[in-house]
Each structure stands twice: as C-alpha cells, then as structure tokens.
Ligand binder design. Structure first.
Ligand SMILES: [Fe+2]
Ligand SMILES: [Fe+2]
Length: 172
C-alpha cells in the first residue's frame, strides 16, 4: 500500500464519519424543532447530508476502506449536539450549523487541494460537497445564527470538538 493509498483511506474514513455526524446533527435539531418554521430548511440540509453520506458509503466499498470504529459514537454524539443546540433555540441551532459547516468546508477544501489528477473524480466530489457545506453555513447565517446568545464561545467550543473528531475519525 502506498502513502497515497493511505491518505485516501483516511480521507474516506473521516468523510464518511463526518457526514454521518452531520446527518445526525440535523436529525437531532429536527426532533426538537419539528413544529418550528425553520425545520423545513434543516430538513433540506439533512437531505443533502444523506446524499453525501451515501456517496462516501459507496466510496468506502469501492476503495475497500473500513469505516471508523467509532461510528456508533459519531451517531450518538451528532444527534446529541443537534438536539442540545436546538433546545437552546433556533438561533443556537443555526450557530451550531455555522460552526460545523465552516470546519467541514475547510476540511473538504484541504483534502481536495492535496489530491492530484489521478484522483480527479474524488477531487470533484469533494469540491462539490465543500460548496454545499458552505451553502449550509450561509443558510444558517441568514437565519441569524450569529445572533445566538453566546455565539463566539459556542462556535469556538463546537469547532474544537469538530477538529478533534476529524483527527480521531481519520485514524480510528
Ligand atoms: Fe455534508
Ligand atoms: Fe452540511
């Protein structure tokens, strides 16, 4: 196995775990905010995360890469993060989305830039997803996520958590 193969293994493992986490965040938010008008917007983002997740599930199979052993944890942690932020109100839910999607957008951008033309298809997929994550971020800004009480602290805590999760899911 070459160094390059190992990188792709890590990329696909962490991306699959991240998309599961993202989908579960939105499911947690919808569980709390289902009767709020903002639920429709969250549902749209969740549908896109499902597409992203399905794509990485197929890629794990194609490249014969094992998923993260922490998958059950990502499943629970994602839902909990979504439910807890939504319980603090729609603006806090949107603040969570800003924080998470900023990190994921940056993460896909870094991955895409490290791939060469041999992996042009995967690179194109990552760039498409990057753009969609940044659209989610913009949606959350439009819904006043930055006006949530304690926004700067919340953003900071969630982003540290996301970056730690990325490091873990690459390896484990
Ligand atoms: Fe996604
Ligand atoms: Fe997203």
């Amino acid at each position: 196995m070459t160094v390059k193969d190992q990188n792709i293994d890590r990329f696909l493992r962490v991306d699959h775990a991240g998309e599961l986490g993202a989908k579960r965040i939105y499911e947690g938010q919808i569980a709390v905010l289902k009767n709020h008008p903002v639920a429709e917007e969250i549902q749209h983002m969740k549908d896109q995360e499902q597409e992203h997740l399905d794509t990485f599930e197929n890629l794990l199979n194609d490249y014969q890469v094992r998923p993260s052993v922490m998958t059950p944890f990502w499943n629970v942690a994602g839902f909990a993060l979504g439910a807890v932020t939504a319980a603090m109100g729609p603006k806090a839910a949107m603040a969570c989305t800003i924080a998470v999607e900023e990190v994921i957008g940056e993460h896909y951008d870094d991955q895409a830039k490290s791939l060469d033309d041999d992996e042009a298809d995967l690179r194109a997929t990552l760039l498409k997803f990057r753009d969609e994550e940044l659209e989610h971020r913009d949606t959350a800004v439009d819904h006043d996520g930055e006006q949530a009480v304690g926004y700067p602290v919340m953003r900071q805590i969630i982003q540290v958590g996301c970056r730690t999760a990325i490091k873990l899911a690459e390896r484990y």
